[in-house]
Design a protein around this ligand. Structure first.
Ligand code: BES
Ligand code: ZN
Ligand code: ZN
Length: 504
């Protein structure tokens, strides 16, 4: 994608479509971007007339298309609604840009100019620029590698960002950040969308190592022998039923070499297909369990963004990956597994596999002395019941880190909701014969899952830890105006933003 700045006067801009915006200003009608006002003037008040006739209300994501018929060089002008001006967030800007860009791509546009120009409240003009670039690139995303087409797939190949009165270098930096964030998110989406016969644990490791080579990260991939040597009993237990060998992926970014081996850890659940194993899942919707590596995808995407953004901090990405399959060799309900840190877990349901492979990865991160440790996992159906597809569940043993993640989420356009880690929930995961029981039953199942993970990180004083349950947010079943069905890439931008916030 070719992305540039344009400082041309709005009525002179030549393109397939010019995207402008309108926010609702309570009691004062609509507030148009200055480019929209200039276009309205050249077109003798066409926009005012359409609004007066009730054609456009400016609701979030609402589109109004104008055809100037040669009166200006832009072939079309699309006005996108931003909704109530008091409620505009970075996510609003991203999704509005995405909706407009996606709509235009579907109608054949190749060259788009973004002139939404919103800033105000807590959002600066540069953040708005970044959000527009992110939004457009996220909205233009498609996954069609496996589909034959009669016509060659065309799409938007050129984006220009309208910028007046801003420092060009700063705008360039905002564009570059936006591009890095969006492309890393789209990489994570690709990984989630790949079918499980292609994206095996081996292939996931190959993709991670190819990415690492491309952007200059260190990458180590542990095979079964090494995983056995490390005594990762959770990963070895879950992988038993699969014909595919397990992998443990380590990605290292050393942005602060003087800090030695200290730094942050990002850990992602990498189940490339979750059939449930012996505790097999119902057939309906099982295909979506190709996305049970959404946490791994987020970590791999975030590590790519971090490598390109070059913050002054060390970050290690860890991905335990395998399949969860039924077989004569599968692990059973009733088994007791010994995790890398020595703790034992009584298995009651082989479908609760994510916490087992994460237990090994968290033990590994803790043994390396990494802090904070942030894990991401499509961990529980319970979080989908609690928060749906709108917000990611955030479990954290440190209040300051909680606030940082919430803030990083706002800046990244992703929503998180704090969930409890109260010790009374430990009652539910007491075992009669092992150190802990694998599941705590239906009540608060997302919380008890998090409480299990807590056993594998150091205490809150030595190790700051956050667990993000993305089971509801990493995959959408129904397409939206701003995004197609499939992986969302959730977590990538929040993690990269969090790392930037903590670097400085
Ligand atoms: N991968 C699933 C969780 C999931 C559910 C992800 C829906 C995405 C959408 C996980 O491995 C699982 O099956 N969890 C079970 C655990 C239960 C058996 C204790 C759950 O939460 O229902
Ligand atoms: Zn499962
Ligand atoms: Zn799973």
């Amino acid at each position: 994608m070719d992305i540039q700045i344009t400082t041309q006067a709005a009525p002179q801009i030549q393109c397939d479509a010019l995207i402008v915006s309108a926010a609702q200003d309570k009691g004062h009608g609509l507030q148009f971007s200055s480019v929209a006002i200039a276009i309205n003037d050249v077109l003798n008040g066409l926009l005012d007339e359409l609004v007066a006739d009730g054609e456009f209300k400016g609701a979030v994501g609402e589109l109004l298309t104008l055809h100037p018929m040669g009166r200006i060089p832009a072939k079309r002008v699309v006005v996108v609604g931003l909704g109530d001006r008091e409620r505009i967030t970075i996510q609003t800007l991203q999704r509005s840009a995405a909706t407009a860009a996606r709509h235009l791509q579907a109608t054949g546009a190749r060259h788009i100019v973004l002139a939404m120009q919103w800033s105000g409240g807590e959002i600066s003009a540069l953040q708005s620029m970044q959000a527009q670039v992110e939004g457009a690139l996220l909205g233009l995303y498609t996954f069609r590698h496996y589909q034959h087409r009669d016509e060659p797939a065309q799409g938007v190949t050129r984006l220009q960002l309208f910028s007046d009165g801003l420092n060009q270098d700063e705008v360039e930096q905002a564009i570059s950040r936006g591009r890095i964030m969006a492309e890393a998110t789209n990489l994570a989406r690709d990984l989630v969308n790949e079918p499980p016969n292609i994206l095996t644990p081996t292939e996931l490791a190959n993709r991670a190592s190819a990415m690492a080579r491309e952007v200059g990260l260190e990458c180590e991939v542990f095979d079964r022998a090494k995983i056995e040597e490390l005594q990762m009993g959770g990963l070895l237990g879950v992988t038993r039923g699969s014909a595919e060998p397990p992998r443990f992926i380590v990605l290292r970014y050393r942005g602060a070499p003087e800090q030695g081996n200290k730094g942050m850890a990002l850990v992602g659940k990498g189940i490339t297909f979750d059939s449930g194993g012996i505790s097999i899942k119902p057939a309906a919707g099982m295909d979506e369990m190709k996305g049970d590596m959404g946490g791994a995808a987020a970590v791999i995407g975030a590590m790519r963004a971090i490598a390109l953004l070059k913050p002054h901090i060390n970050v290690t990405g860890l991905v335990p990956t395998c399949e969860n399959m039924p077989d004569g060799a599968s692990y059973h309900p009733g088994d007791i597994l010994r995790i890398m840190n020595g703790k034992t877990i009584e298995i009651v349901n082989t479908d609760a596999e994510g916490r087992l492979i994460l237990a090994d990865a968290l033990s590994y991160a803790t043994r390396e002395g990494l802090s904070p440790i942030i894990d991401l996992a499509t961990l529980t159906g319970g979080i989908v019941v609690a928060l749906g597809t709108v917000m990611t569940g955030l479990f954290c043993n440190n209040e300051q880190l909680t606030q940082q993640i919430l803030r990083a989420g706002q800046l990244a356009g992703e929503k998180y909701w704090p969930m409890p880690l109260d010790d009374e929930y430990r009652e539910q995961i007491k075992s009669e014969i092992a150190d802990i029981k694998q599941t705590g039953g239906r009540p608060a199942s997302s919380v008890t899952a998090a409480k299990i993970l807590e056993n594998f990180v150091g205490d809150a004083q030595s190790t700051q830890w956050a667990h993000l349950d993305i089971a509801g947010t990493s995959y959408i079943e129904d397409k939206k105006a701003y995004q197609e069905k499939g992986g969302t890439g959730v977590g990538v931008r929040t993690l990269a933003t969090l790392v930037l916030m903590r670097s400085a």
